[in-house]
Design a protein around this ligand. Structure first.
Ligand code: BGC
Length: 779
């Protein structure tokens, strides 16, 4: 055989192999080479045009007919619990523009009929409610939805919430809550999207779109209200309602962006916050409400105060008396006052007008956007709820299905030693379910849910039993009870009665029962965390430890030597440092909503794969708070010991962190140009490959750091992310764009927004500790 013919044969063989691969590729048989490109996510835009001329004219023609009292009536919003002839009378006299907390469609229609048919000018009422993470169908709490890193999911969830709420006649929700929160002691951290302004802005826009639809007045949608403007999440010490002090840099670069994003997405209303912002209460803060929101951002909608926040201007030591409070909130830019049984506006603005402290044209300016909103919502033409539709909308099984998917997509896998999860269904004959949260419908739902049918909620225990059927014995022991030292003001809203407190002897017996149960089982699944009233408004804590005797029970169960899975149900990072060292698997399930139990069972037994990521840095203990990933560089940053001598200064889990049942790798990071001019855009691409054996999701995260500038810049800032699904061995190229929007910042030195020439670091990866690095320059 000649050498030539041998070489030819090899060439022929290679060519044949290549052609075979080419033939097989479209069939998906050559998996390792399969590669797709995922372009940057383009968010759907919402119509944010200035108010239509015809709407304005119509509002003005109504204003022209109104008495000062009727105008001030429109500026008043009242809580209403149950039937009230006083409320009917106020509607008849035009003394109120809106009620909140009425959820019965028959009552809504009755009151509306009085306003529309019996009031002098026939102005419809606007019914509002806290539709925070669902109305009848409850989705995971907002912090959980943020952990999905999937704005499309948040949009869909809120559009379902809007459909259900609007079906009963509620046309206004007090959401989204977009307060950036960097202190897990603050109870309301559960209501927002966590610590980051970029993720927070994406979630804010998505929720506004979900609630309002393409434009205000879209059928089956509601008016959104972005809250609490602004700085509430920075309450000192994490103590709810306490004052906050924020530098201009923090305000412009961190705390205000999600509000601006909501305004740009066309949000129709804004709620002013309770607390002092740099010594001026937010509800009396003209700089905030007028200069920033209305003048600078050209906000076209209206501002409502938080509940009783106008009255509270007096308690803050800001207003002299109730009359002064009304005038100061009003002149600061609060259009509508939310009050309990009466408003300060109603009581004191008429006199303020008579005495010339407030002019008629100021009152007209304040009432105009309210009337425009009612017109745009279509309330004049279509004021009533269609009661015949209510049952089918609220009972829609597709809504519950969406809630289950949302709960699966928001769970975060924090640890999975030796691949304990997912649990193999057939491998266990006896499963011990332990913990006070495993079988509580109320705690599966979480705070800020009031209109759900509690019976529809599936607890984790129920979900697991349903999944495993009768072949596996699933036994339950709560082990411990949870309680607050100071009771929650929200207790009255709970639909499930808590059991009577155990005696000391019962406590011991129940604890022992739980440990014995673990001993007798093949695997123990623990549902620990916080009950729902431990998180939310008026639910701040000075500790992040597992409340009650949960830590003790955790240690006792681990000591049995049985495999242990810890499922966390909570709305804030908790101290799980011990667990991170001693427990084999930790799954953060948050408060997962109506279908939470089914979702958790799917995740535990591998019918769903966790893909969520932390929207907040997870501290090792409370002493590290505040701790967030986008801090500035310090002197000798590499020397840990100069920061705390007793403890790492790094978090337990970094922002953006979350595992999967599969593994992923990032490679081939490319920046379109090494250098761009000021104001230009660069493209970044990276390859993500599923290197494991199961299909799963990864969130590609892009972080940027400006190396030098007129002011110090955070060590890293999130500037792009995409959640993608990959089959085993599948590879996708993810693309990001970085433009002026991402590269600008508010410079404390220049005291303005700047984009500065210089070098930028860039990292892409699976969390904020991503290592894959590139640089680019702005000329
Ligand atoms: C909360 C708001 C809420 C309002 C109405 C207040 O206590 O701070 O977030 O929208 O009550 O329920």
């Amino acid at each position: 055989m000649s050498t030539t013919s041998f070489a030819e044969r090899i060439r022929f063989l290679l060519a044949a192999l290549v052609s075979l691969a080419v033939l097989l590729l479209p069939l998906g048989l050559v998996r390792s080479q399969q590669k797709k490109t995922v372009p940057p996510v383009k968010e759907r835009t919402v119509k944010t045009d200035p108010v239509d001329r015809r709407v304005r004219q119509r509002a003005d023609s109504i204003i022209a007919q109104m008495t000062p009292e009727e105008k001030i009536g429109q500026l008043s919003q009242l809580f209403l619990f149950g039937e009230s002839t006083k409320a009917e009378e106020s509607a008849r006299k035009g003394e109120v523009g809106s009620f909140l907390f009425v959820t019965d469609p028959a009552q809504i229609n009755r009151l509306q009929k009085i306003a529309v048919q019996e009031s002098r000018l026939h102005i419809p009422l606007l019914f509002g409610f806290d539709v925070i993470h669902g109305f009848r169908t409850i989705f995971p709490v907002p912090i959980a939805m943020a952990a999905s890193w999937d704005p499309g999911l948040a949009e869909k969830a809120q559009s379902i919430a809007a459909r259900e709420a609007s079906a009963v006649g509620i046309r206004w929700t007090f959401a989204p809550m977009v307060d950036i929160a960097r202190d897990p002691r603050w109870g309301r951290i559960v209501e927002g999207a966590g610590e980051d302004p970029f993720l927070g802005s994406a979630m804010a826009r998505a929720q506004v779109r979900g609630f309002q639809g393409d434009s205000l007045g879209s059928p089956d949608h509601v008016l959104a209200c972005v809250k609490h403007f602004a700085g509430y999440g920075a309450a000192e010490g994490g103590r709810d309602y306490d004052a906050c002090y924020l530098s201009d840099t923090e305000l412009w670069n961190v705390y205000l962006p999600p509000f601006k994003a909501a305004v740009e997405a066309g949000v129709g209303s804004v709620m002013s916050a309770y607390m002092d912002l740099n010594d001026v209460p937010a509800t009396g803060n003209r700089w905030l409400l007028h200069d920033v929101l209305k003048e600078n951002w050209k906000f076209q909608g209206f501002v409502v105060s938080d509940a009783n926040a106008v009255k509270d201007l007096e308690s803050h030591g800001f207003a002299r008396d109730a009359a002064d409070a009304a005038t100061r909130a009003f002149t600061a830019g609060v259009n509508m006052e939310m009050g309990f049984v009466a408003t300060n506006y109603d009581k004191h603005l008429p006199d303020a007008v008579k005495q010339g402290r407030v002019s008629t044209s100021q009152i007209d300016e304040a009432v105009r956007p309210l009337l425009e909103t009612k017109i745009r919502l279509g309330l004049f033409e279509n004021p009533y709820a269609d009661q015949a539709r209510v049952a089918s909308v609220l009972g829609n099984p597709e809504h519950r299905e969406a809630a289950r998917i949302a709960a699966e997509r928001s769970a975060v896998l924090l640890k999975n030693q030796g691949g304990l999860l997912p649990l193999e269904k057939s491998a266990y004959k006896k499963v011990a379910v332990i913990g006070p949260l495993a079988d509580s419908k109320q705690d599966t739902i979480g705070s800020w849910a009031f209109a759900q049918d509690i019976k529809e909620t599936v607890t984790p225990l129920e979900g697991i039993r349903k999944k495993l059927g009768s072949a596996v014995s699933v036994d339950y022991a709560p082990g411990v009870q949870l309680g607050r030292k100071f009771p929650s003001p929200f207790l009255i809203f709970l639909k499930e009665k808590s059991a009577a407190a155990w005696t000391e002897q019962q406590e011991k017996d129940e604890f022992k029962k739980a440990v014995d149960l673990a001993l007798s089982a093949d695997v123990a699944v623990l549902f620990f965390g916080e009950s729902q009233i431990m998180s939310g408004e008026a639910a701040s804590r000075s500790s992040l430890d597992l409340p009650g005797k949960q830590q003790e029970l955790l240690e006792a169960v681990v000591a049995t030597g049985k495999p242990v899975v810890l499922v966390l149900m909570n709305g804030r990072p908790l101290n799980v440092t011990w667990a991170s060292e001693h427990v084999r698997a930790i799954l953060e399930a948050w408060y997962p909503g109506t279908q939470g139990g089914l979702a958790i069972a799917n995740l535990l037994f591998g019918d769903a794969v966790p893909g969520g990521k932390l929207p907040i840095t997870w501290p090792r203990n409370v002493g590290q708070v505040p701790i967030y990933y986008s801090h500035n560089l310090t002197q000798s940053p590499e020397n840990q010991g100069t920061r705390y001598w007793n403890e790492e200064s790094t978090p337990l889990y970094p922002f953006g962190f979350g595992l999967s049942y599969s593994t992923f790798s990032f490679s081939n990071l490319k920046v379109s140009q090494p250098e761009v001019g000021l104001g230009q855009t660069i493209s970044v691409s990276v390859e993500v490959e599923n290197t494991g054996t199961r299909a799963g999701d990864e969130v590609a995260q892009l972080y940027v750091h400006q190396k030098a500038g007129s002011a110090s810049r955070p060590v890293r800032e999130l500037k792009g992310f995409q959640r993608i699904t990959l089959a085993p061995r599948e590879k996708k190229t993810v693309q990001f764009t970085l433009g002026p929007e991402e590269l600008q910042y508010w410079s404390a030195a220049e005291r303005k927004w700047v984009i500065e020439p210089g070098t930028f670091d860039l990292w892409v990866g699976a969390d904020s500790a991503a290592k894959l690095h590139a640089t680019f320059k702005i000329r």
